[in-house]
Design a protein around this ligand. Structure first.
Ligand SMILES: Cc1ncc(COP(=O)(O)O)c(C=O)c1O
Length: 410
């Protein structure tokens, strides 16, 4: 990386292949993977299946396609998928469950993007001709929008058991399963044993330029391969990408704990700044901070950090997600902390709070003028209503007088 490259905390997907990874890419033996001829892809698939304790694996271009093919392979249109409401597939995958698999989603709630076995049991539909068929459960581990949280393995096992008792398939979206393992010391297969299919990514914490894999039984992976083709995910000499993934598995797995330590160090320092709170405890390589309005909003903070050569991405009006990764060495964490402090001290002198007060004042003024106008209108229509009622009564009185005098009802 050039010395003046920005420190990019937007995501762990921003990493660039190292020189050594590029060499592995350049020297990879390749073939036509659609014909099953690419030795490097085959080696990667075997390796992933082995790591996850499954019969087979299929290399796909992205984490999104890993989820698509795994879920499409085990459901039919009209089926229902159970997932946490903060799942990546619900928020960031363009609605493909509806478009490509035709499945409905039963969203669950719970802190940190997690839920319990009882929550699953509560939404499974009776198998009658009237209902969608509850077919599959999705567990995201680590859970991105839950602060990069790690599923406690016994909880994951209980949830998966309940799903099995209800005849549901279980898929783990393990885009960052490697981080869950780094945080807990569990092996990927410890988690995977509770699921029918597991997806993993090489392009996030592991630093490869692209690529994910789905693992499961031979039967399911045959279907995954079919849907990969249907969804346009076939690649020919894909070994150049698989080589990067293999390199990452060999060299970048163990260092994930460094990313976690960096995230923790950053979180501890930022949490001492008045007005900054951590939205979640830091579990892996992500931290979410919430800003008090007096510090301005997340977009303004992002803009100020950019002037310090720090790239960040707001995760809400007052929320920012920061992600540590391969290209954020621990030596740069101090610089990040300094930049945040400087950005916040600029915020204290910025006209933003003043502008906020002025805007609020004018809003209140406008609203009061409107409500005064409405008051006037209401008063005049009330007078009109009273006037009409009076007229009505006078009419009735005249009508009664008329009928009683003629003895007929007109
Ligand atoms: C939990 C999770 N699943 C799936 C994906 C999708 O991966 P991709 O961007 O490779 O499609 C992501 C992406 O960040 C993710 O965080």
């Amino acid at each position: 990386m050039p010395a003046d490259a920005p420190i990019d905390l937007r995501s762990d997907t921003v990493t660039r292949p190292t020189q050594a990874m590029r060499q592995a890419i350049a020297s990879a033996p390749v073939g036509d993977d659609v014909l099953g001829d690419d030795p490097t892809v085959n080696a990667l698939q075997d390796r992933v299946a082995h790591i996850l304790g499954k019969q087979a694996a299929c290399f796909v271009p992205s984490g999104t396609m890993a989820n698509q093919t795994a879920i499409r392979a085990q459901t039919e249109p009209g089926d229902e998928l159970i997932a946490h409401k903060d799942s990546h597939i619900i928020h960031y995958e363009t609605g493909w469950p509806a478009a490509l698999a035709g499945v409905m989603i039963a969203p669950l709630d719970g802190p940190l993007g997690q839920f319990d076995a009882e929550d699953v049991a509560a939404v499974v539909r009776p198998r009658t001709r009237h209902f969608a068929c509850s077919k599959m459960l999705l567990i995201e581990n680590t859970q991105n929008r839950g602060g990069g949280s790690v599923w406690p393995i016994d909880r994951l096992a209980r949830v998966a058991n309940t799903a099995r008792q209800h005849d549901l398939r279980v898929h783990i979206d393990g885009a960052r399963l490697w981080n869950a393992c780094a945080a807990t010391g569990h092996k990927p297969a410890d988690y995977a044993q509770h699921a029918d299919t597991v997806s993993v990514c090489f392009s996030k914490g592991l630093g490869a330029p692209a690529g994910s894999a789905v693992a499961g039984t031979h039967e399911v992976i045959d279907r995954v391969v079919r849907f990969r083709k249907m969804f346009g995910g076939n690649m020919r000499q894909a070994g150049i990408l698989a080589a990067a993934a293999l390199y990452a598995l060999d060299h970048h797995l163990e260092r994930l704990t460094d990313d976690h330590a960096n995230a923790n160090q950053l979180a501890e320092a930022l949490a001492t700044i008045p007005g900054v709170t951590l939205a979640y405890p830091v579990a892996t390589n992500m931290l979410f901070i919430d800003l008090a309005p007096t510090l301005g909003n997340a977009a303004a903070l992002s803009a100020r950090l950019l002037t310090h050569n720090i790239l960040t991405m707001p995760a809400g009006p007052q929320r920012m997600r920061l992600v540590t990764h391969l290209d954020v060495p621990s030596t740069s964490i101090d610089a990040v902390i300094k930049a945040f402090r400087a950005a916040f001290s600029t915020a204290a002198f910025s006209p933003a709070p003043l502008a906020f007060l002025a805007a609020t004042f004018f809003r209140v003024l406008t609203m009061s003028s409107f409500s005064f106008g409405f008051f006037l209108l209401t008063t005049s229509s009330w007078v009109k209503r009273m006037h009409l009622q009076l007229l009505h009564r006078v009419n009735l009185f005249m009508l009664m007088a008329l009928t009683s005098s003629t003895g007929r009802v007109i």
